[in-house]
Design a protein around this ligand. Structure first.
Ligand code: SF4
Length: 338
């Protein structure tokens, strides 16, 4: 039986593993953390429908019956031996793989790098991931009962030359709108502000979510970058921005500021890819595919494939579609079908 190593147990890795297993391959799934699911395991609800992330993840995990997976595992070394890859894991397991699939996903941009927003400096500045964790657990002292005003800052570490990431992270506008509505569901009297550059609500149902945020929840969308965040003696945040539509400066006092951290390529995945000479081939830090239109799942090396956010920001459905496509491409490669 042919061996396929899948690196990364997030949604793309789970879906690809399930598909490859169904196609009759011996799949070895390698996950660095103690649990499967990647970022999805830490998320509460998904846009645009609000479906619980837990339900989606449970379904994915139930489909990998028969797949061998290793948690808290990573690839120590990977080398080409004739037509196979010799993959050695940190737990001592060695696999001779006929193909390797990178589903290593993304890291969230470290918000503390944008010092002007005060993450890690001011208590009431949190990230999109922190807020999602609060929705899920209701445990975080920074989110206090009955806040009066909450702000969201879009494009944190995305579309930002200084942060080193010029690209748009694709999903954070929709995440901000979703979270703004959810905050209003939790605290109906809170005033919510979204500070944005452009709103990128490209997917099916996203525009309706945006209209509902304004009409049904009264979220205020302010086009302009936040220029300064400071804290007053009561631990409230003083946020300054410019409303570029009215041309007027704005100053608001907030109880919480949520930074929409964007996506960047996973540092762990990048380390492994370095060994194969395929890391950072793209000038945005994401892996370069063999062809931008026709061979999105192929790397520039024979037998190495990609799916999901390791080749650029993706929505969850994008990642799942790529995972299915990668499974078919790997099958064709192993069978010698061109
Ligand atoms: S999706 Fe929105 S918030 Fe995210 S980088 Fe693009 S424009 Fe900015």
């Amino acid at each position: 039986m042919k061996n396929i190593v899948v690196i990364g147990g997030g949604p793309a890795g789970l879906e690809a593993s399930a598909q490859l297993h169904r196609l009759g391959y011996n799949v070895i799934l390698v996950e660095k953390s103690p649990q499967l699911g990647g970022h999805l395991a830490k998320w509460d609800r998904l846009f645009p429908s609000g479906i619980p992330a837990k339900d989606v993840l449970e379904k994915m995990v139930s489909q990998i019956n028969g797949v061998k997976y290793f948690l808290e595992a990573n690839v120590q070394s990977i080398n080409l031996l004739h037509k196979s890859y010799n993959v050695i894991l940190n737990n001592g397991i060695t696999v001779l793989a006929d193909a390797v699939l990178f589903t290593t996903g993304f890291d969230l941009f470290p918000a503390q790098k944008k010092e002007e927003y005060g993450y890690g400096i001011y208590e009431k500045v949190i990230t999109n991931a922190d807020l999602e964790n609060w929705f899920k657990t209701k445990k975080d002292n920074r989110v206090t009962e009955n806040p009066k005003r909450i702000g969201f800052v879009h494009c944190v570490g995305s579309r930002d030359e200084k942060a080193g990431n010029r690209y748009c992270s694709k999903v954070c506008c929709a995440t901000a709108v979703k979270q703004a509505c959810e905050i209003k569901q939790e605290f109906p009297d809170v005033e919510v502000f979204c500070f944005y550059m452009d709103l990128r609500m490209f997917g099916r149902g996203y525009e309706d979510m945006y209209l509902s945020a304004q009409k049904d929840y009264g979220v205020r969308f302010i086009r302009g970058r936040v220029s300064e965040v400071a804290e007053n003696i009561n631990k409230e945040l003083i946020v300054k921005a410019e409303d570029t539509l009215s041309g007027k400066p704005i100053k608001v006092t907030l109880d919480l500021l949520v930074l929409m951290s964007g996506m960047q390529n996973c540092s762990e995945g990048t380390k492994v890819a370095h060994q194969l000479g395929i890391a950072n081939a793209g000038n945005d830090g994401f892996f370069e595919t063999k062809d931008a239109i026709y061979s999105q799942q192929h790397s520039t090396r024979e037998g190495i494939f990609f799916a999901g956010a390791c080749t650029g920001p993706k929505t969850l459905p994008d990642s799942l579609s790529e995972a299915r496509a990668a499974a078919i491409e790997i099958h064709n490669y192993v069978k010698g079908i061109r």
